[in-house]
Design a protein around this ligand. Structure first.
Ligand code: NDP
Ligand code: OXD
Length: 309
């Protein structure tokens, strides 16, 4: 039994080193070195090349390096009966909260505008808003969403959430399903998308749904680019329906150089860095699942293939 690491972002050596630092005798290979394909039982993947999983006849688990698994379902050649797992990690959740809280506070205090003004030596004070003026709506009240909810409550924000299934005993009100979506959006002045990308959530941030927000609401998308109908965003901002957006994820990444989002003054862009799996923090749970495979024990953080997350 052995592990193969598959990713294309130049971080293969870094991850392999992290595994071996913590588990020096682990049979872990990266996909660009010679490795025994018949022995591979676990493939740990991040945006792997389509078709790259087909060469492992004894694969038992496809593990995402991150929280999302949409790119695994997107590979039509993935062996369908193989278990899929994802990362659930307190550091990943804390990082996401820090990013979103930072983006929200920057928005309240016009920080982006002042960055632009500074480029032209302009001294032009603007009205700002306060934490008490806003209700943050967390679309996707799951692992990351509920951690964010707590961070927001800690600093005095009102927050609401939205999930697929009803939830009880939560720190914030969580609306659910299609029936709860309109009420959720009607109350939300800052919308944070933290949904998984599935058939049900693709394109969910569109002209119709975003128009259910109060006029002047702000959008933060830190989930996946496929949630946003990109052509709908700029007209909504230019008409004043939305006051702006902070986007960390895009339909095509890297965002093409000629994309209109780059130059829009009310769109803030970051390069898919809201929260990045930290090898030191995440390696133990990946190795725990490898040991569980060996011992034929139930895997942690299994993804439901029917739900797609
Ligand atoms: P979870 O699976 O823990 O939470 C997902 C939430 O979305 C759940 O509350 C779930 O509802 C809800 N949901 C799913 N489908 C629907 C639907 N059709 N309608 C309403 N609600 C729905 O995921 P995580 O919180 O761990 O991660 C969320 C996403 O964040 C990841 O899938 C990934 O795409 C993205 N991400 C982005 C990062 C970045 O750097 N930009 C970093 C890490 C993650 P229910 O509770 O009922 O199941
Ligand atoms: C993830 C991500 O899903 O980094 O973990 O986007």
């Amino acid at each position: 039994m052995a592990i193969v690491l598959i990713r294309q972002d130049g971080k293969l050596d870094l991850w392999k080193k992290a595994f071996l630092q913590q588990y020096p005798y682990l049979p872990v290979f990266h996909c660009k070195e010679s490795h025994p394909v018949e022995e591979i039982t676990m493939a740990i993947v991040w945006k792997h090349p389509e078709g790259s999983l087909t060469k492992y006849p004894n694969l038992k688990c496809i593990a995402s390096f991150g929280a999302g698994v949409d790119f695994i379902f997107d590979d039509p050649s993935r062996p369908e009966k193989v278990a899929i797992t994802r990362v659930i990690d307190t550091a990943l959740a804390a990082d996401m909260s820090e990013y979103v809280v930072g983006a929200i506070l920057g928005y309240l205090k016009n920080m982006d505008l002042y960055c632009q003004e500074q480029q032209q030596n302009n001294w032009r004070p603007q009205a700002y808003s306060r934490i008490s003026d806003h209700t943050v709506g967390i679309m996707g009240a799951g692992t990351l969403g509920m951690t964010l909810a707590q961070s927001l409550l800690n600093i005095g924000f009102k927050a609401v959430g939205w999930s697929r299934r009803p939830k009880e005993n939560t720190s914030i009100k969580v609306y659910d399903g299609a029936a709860g979506r309109t009420d959720f959006l009607n109350r939300t002045t800052i919308l944070v998308c933290l949904l998984p990308l599935t058939d049900a959530t693709k394109g969910i941030l569109n002209r119709e749904t975003l128009s259910l927000l109060p006029a002047g609401a702000y959008l933060i998308n830190v989930a996946r680019g496929g949630h946003l109908v990109e052509d709908d965003l700029i007209p909504l901002i230019d008409s004043g329906r939305l006051s702006g957006a902070c986007l960390d994820v895009f339909q095509k990444e890297p965002l093409p150089k000629d994309h209109p989002f780059w130059t829009h003054p009310k769109i803030k862009i970051t390069p898919h860095v809201a929260s990045v799996s930290d090898p030191a923090s995440v390696v133990p749970q990946l190795v725990e699942n490898y040991k569980r495979l060996i011992n034929k024990e139930p895997l942690l953080h299994l993804v439901d293939p029917e739900r797609g997350y």
